[in-house]
Design a protein around this ligand. Structure first.
Ligand code: G1P
Ligand code: ZN
Length: 548
């Protein structure tokens, strides 16, 4: 019997107790993942729990960070040992999260395993992650991740095939034991999907003209996709895609497309007149930041603009079934939905809550304030899709980003919005602060706050309109009588200490002052929440680490 068909049973002395997946899968330091049997333990649990693994098709790939290829090797050999019929992976193991979602759906896979810690830094000193997606292409529901976790806590061993990993250098067909392995170009299927949604002739005409685009791939997974799309098919000049080669440590950067971590791109757009449009995506390609010349597009506004202009894109010319946003996202999209006469859903943070609404056909577009936007074309948020959507709108309307935004506010009003993050706070301090405010909620209704009155103070809970499930404890909300609000949440994705997120929002109707600086417009709310929650005092931080 050749070596590669030997299934080995590896015994574990003690199960790992810390493998509880968060909202975005199991995310830990690269070092933690390098612990012997750590990755294998979680993958074993996933392969035991996910329905249809034996005889099914599995998609595996990742964002190219340190450990990506090795993990694909391990997962392939474990998949073969668990009777997977076909494993689909990609050249170099490079597969963005949105492209993975599409492959799972288009190839009829029972699941996907995505290797990424999203926007967290990579490399030996960075983070790694494993996320399990289901057959609909979206993040596995809590029932599945809970079951996976339950298995890890009592696991006494795992099964793996002996032998060499297959080569990921070129597309091709291979065998691993009884399992067929397809290595394909991870970019192609995704690009074809985009061509079906947007008018490439029209966008190409824009990009071949005087319009100047700068796209920052942040040395992460979108580099090859963006280069093929913008510089290849759409004819933008070479150099349009910056930092386009995926690196295992993202060049030492923090691949999070916001004003702090994508500051070079932000400076190019906001402090010079060279470019008309700038965009960046995160580590695994599901987030996007949109910039115009001297104009930052707040992600909540971006969702509202896409909703208002959706029919300009061929893929959405028939109109929208509905739209959804996560609770901390501003209500800008709600106003547009009302005008369009379509429903708008408010869900907890995290993409999985959109999945049910998308699967049930209740919504077409959805988004989060954290630079995530998407649609029913897949079951993940999609960074490059959002960039193409914006380019489509600009190509049809023939005006700059600032005009699109200005006209939007003029029609619908402006939701001044900002998120203040306090990162890596001592866990005790963060929970102490949070629990104290939570305890105060029942007494806050009717009291004064930032010159307004608190109409409602609650901890957000969501009843899924499709399956009726209840999700509670999703963030502390202070809803004020003039429509403003402040929300406090603790991050579920950080890996160091705790991260407190403070979301601030205030609405100005058309005709009001639409041209203020957001931090100034929100100044009274910022001071009031610091007083109420004792943020500076309890975190020991004078200011947030990231302001968006
Ligand atoms: C963050 C974002 C959230 C997003 C998640 C995964 O989660 O705030 O909107 O869905 O990353 O990309 P958090 O760290 O706030 O729990
Ligand atoms: Zn991401």
């Amino acid at each position: 019997m050749p070596m590669s068909t030997l299934v080995r049973q590896v015994a574990l002395e003690h199960p790992f107790q810390d493998q509880k997946p968060g909202t975005s899968g199991l995310r830990k330091s690269t070092r933690q993942f390098a612990t012997p049997h750590y990755l294998e333990s979680f993958v074993e649990a996933a392969l035991r729990v996910v329905p249809g693994i034996e005889g099914g098709t599995l998609v595996v790939g990742g964002d190219g960070r340190h450990g990506n290829r090795e993990a694909i090797g391990v997962i392939s050999r474990m998949a073969a040992a668990h009777g997977v019929a076909r494993l689909i992976t990609t050249t170099g193991g490079i597969l963005s999260t949105p492209a993975a979602s599409h492959l799972i759906r288009s190839r009829g896979a029972v699941a996907g395993i995505i290797l990424s810690a999203s926007h967290n830094p990579g490399g030996p000193d960075g983070d790694f992650g494993v996320k399990v997606n289901g057959a609909n292409g979206g993040p596995a529901p809590e029932s599945v991740t809970d079951a996976i976790y339950a298995v890890t806590t009592s696991l006494d061993g795992y099964r793996i095939l002996d032998g060499d990993p297959i080569s990921l250098d070129h597309p091709g067909e291979h065998c691993l034991g009884e399992m067929a392995v397809t290595v394909l170009d991870g970019v192609e299927d995704y690009v074809t999907l985009m061509q079906g949604l947007f008018d490439f002739d029209r966008i190409g005409a824009l990009l071949r003209g005087n319009f100047r685009l700068a796209f920052d791939a942040m040395h992460a997974v979108t580099g090859p996709y963006a280069t093929r799309l913008f510089e290849g098919l759409l004819g933008a000049p070479a150099g349009t895609v910056r930092n386009g080669v995926p690196l295992e440590d993202f060049g030492g950067g923090h691949p999070d497309p916001n004003l702090t971590y994508a500051h070079e791109l932000a400076a190019l757009l906001l402090e010079s007149d060279v470019y008309d449009f700038g965009a960046a995506c995160d580590g695994d390609g599901d987030r996007n930041m949109i910039l115009g010349r001297r104009c930052f597009v707040n992600p909540s506004d971006s969702l509202a603009v896409l909703t208002a202009n959706a029919t300009l894109a061929p893929g959405y010319s028939g109109g929208l079934a509905g739209v959804a946003r996560s609770m901390p996202t501003s209500a800008a999209a709600d106003v547009v939905a009302r005008a369009l006469g379509i429903p708008c859903f408010e869900t907890p943070t995290g993409w999985k809550f959109f999945g049910n609404l998308l699967d049930a056909g209740r919504i077409t577009l959805c988004g989060e304030e954290s630079f995530g936007t998407g649609s029913n074309h897949i079951r993940e948020k999609d960074g490059l899709w959002a960039v193409l959507f914006w380019l489509q709108i600009l190509a049809v309307r023939g005006c700059p980003v600032s005009t699109v935004i200005g006209e939007h506010w003029h029609t619908y009003g402006r939701h001044y919005y900002s998120r203040h993050d306090y990162e890596a706070i001592a866990s005790d301090a963060a929970h102490g602060l949070y629990d104290r405010v939570k305890g105060m909620l029942p007494s806050l209704g009717g009291s004064r706050f930032a010159g307004r009155t608190i109409a409602t103070a609650d901890d957000f809970a969501y009843t899924d309109p499709v399956d009726g499930s209840l999700t509670s404890g999703q963030g502390l909300r202070l809803l004020l009588d003039d429509g403003s609000r402040v929300v406090l949440r603790l991050s579920g994705t950080g890996t160091q200490g705790a991260t407190l997120r403070v979301y601030l929002e205030s609405f100005v109707a058309p005709g009001g002052d639409l041209a203020q600086d957001p931090q100034q417009a929100l100044g009274a709310l910022i001071t009031a929440i610091d007083d109420l929650a004792e943020i500076r005092q309890r975190t020991g931080m004078e200011r947030p680490t990231v302001i968006t």
